[in-house]
Design a binder for this molecule. Structure first.
Ligand code: FNR
Length: 396
């Protein structure tokens, strides 16, 4: 096959033992500009780095001889049962990483007993993603400036059986991803000689991109088919659609329009979390967009405890950013999250070994969560709280 046979992909997937392996293999398999698009953060990548460092400051307090041999990892989020407290975060343009793009995420999530969040900038239409899995997905909305376009999107997501709406609020403008600027992965693309040659050296990746649905404005879920001709040029994406003046009243309006659960993604401040709840949000996702938006803002894990303290009794609190180990998931739950989302890891999986790579990422995390729970004597993820954590004392 074009991307290697299914058997070859599975063998490749099995060769990856942890999520760092997945990242390393992804780096070898796709053009540098694609890897950098996935891997990179905004400006000096300080927040990106802090997202990882934040986990290093906590360790789990193990209890021995608990007899907890079959740990319970299930959680209920927005009324849906998840077998593991991990969801797949919305990521745009996933077809750059692999041919099946967002459909791979939906199917792999279903097999792992969880859910993917389909991005507004999904490179596969939301209808196709939803049809790929028999379990309902969630839908992520960028609040575009054009209200009728937004309403049309909500209607499409609803008809595609998406249960929960995730409104991303940390992108009033796009962050400055300097690796993309250097590589020429801009709108429109301006590849340098070096990045162009690097793409040519990866014919398998090029074939994958050429043989699936084309990545066009019309195929990006969030962009209406009504925007045709010159109006649909990628160059107008930022100018036309993102709306930096979006405010709480707009969120209230969205709340009135969406009948199902609504989560606000991109909150780092407890007062904002309270305001989201007062505006009718059923949940908040503590997130700095994986360090891809504002640089120099806190690690999401560091922002989590105060937000959980402020609103966890009134809404569901999720967190994303830097989750790379089963033990990271347990730390986040102990600090007040109901579940975590992973963004880059599933994109690395797709880049490394296609859909089998996304399966592998979820398999690795599930195994690590269960094994760590057994090792620390934790019978149920619901039992995780601050009492389970200690500060990591050793210095590096
Ligand atoms: C994202 N993220 C994102 N978020 C969102 O709400 N809508 C989107 O379209 C995208 N697109 C996107 C593309 C890529 C390539 C990445 C890596 C991320 C952010 C994502 O949902 C999530 O917040 C972070 O990825 C979480 O951090 P980690 O897990 O990548 O460290």
């Amino acid at each position: 096959g074009l991307g290697g046979s299914a058997g070859a992909s599975r063998r490749l997937a099995r060769s990856m033992v942890c999520l760092d392996d997945v990242r390393r293999l992804a780096r070898r398999r796709v053009p540098r500009m694609v890897y950098d698009f996935i891997d990179g953060g905004a400006e000096g990548e300080r927040t990106l780095g802090l997202n990882r460092l934040a986990f290093e400051r906590h360790v789990l307090n193990p209890k021995v001889l608990s007899g907890a041999s079959a740990p319970s990892t299930g959680v209920r989020v927005a009324g849906q049962h998840l077998d593991i407290p991990v969801m797949l975060a919305p990521t745009g343009l996933s077809r750059l990483a692999g041919r099946s793009g967002e459909t791979a995420a939906a199917r792999a999530a279903e097999r792992a007993g969880t859910v993917s969040v389909v991005s507004s900038a999904s490179s596969v239409p939301v209808e196709k993603v939803a049809a790929a899995a028999s379990t309902p997905q969630w839908f992520q909305l960028y609040p575009w400036g054009d209200w009728s376009l937004t309403m049309e999107l909500l209607e499409r997501a609803r008809r595609a059986r998406c249960t929960t709406l995730v409104v991303t609020v940390d992108v009033p403008v796009t962050g400055s991803r300097e690796r993309d600027l250097r590589n020429g992965l801009t709108i429109p693309p301006r590849p340098t000689v070096r990045t162009a040659l690097d793409v040519l050296r990866r014919p398998r990746w090029m074939l994958g991109l050429a043989t699936g649905p084309r990545i066009t404005m019309a195929n990006l879920t969030g962009l209406s088919h009504r925007r045709n001709g010159s109006a649909s040029s990628l160059a107008r994406l930022n100018l036309d659609l993102l709306n930096p003046s979006y405010d709480w009243h707009d969120l209230a309006r969205l709340r009135r329009e969406w009948p199902g659960p609504l989560f606000v993604k991109g909150i780092l401040d407890p007062d904002d979390a309270r305001r989201a709840v007062e505006t009718g949000a059923d949940g908040v996702i503590v997130s700095n967009h994986g360090g891809r938006q504002a640089d120099g803002v806190p690690a999401s894990l560091d922002a989590l405890p105060a937000i959980a303290g402020a609103v966890a009794d009134r809404c569901e609190v999720l967190v994303d950013g830097g989750v790379r180990r089963g033990s990271d998931v347990l730390v986040a739950l102990a600090l007040g999250a109901k579940a975590c989302l992973i963004g880059r890891p599933w994109m690395y999986g797709l880049a490394a070994a296609g859909e089998a790579g996304v399966d592998r990422v979820l398999h690795i995390l599930t195994t690590e969560i269960r094994r760590t729970m057994t090792l620390i004597g934790c019978a149920d993820v619901a039992d995780l709280d601050r009492g389970r954590l200690r500060p990591a004392r050793a210095t590096l």
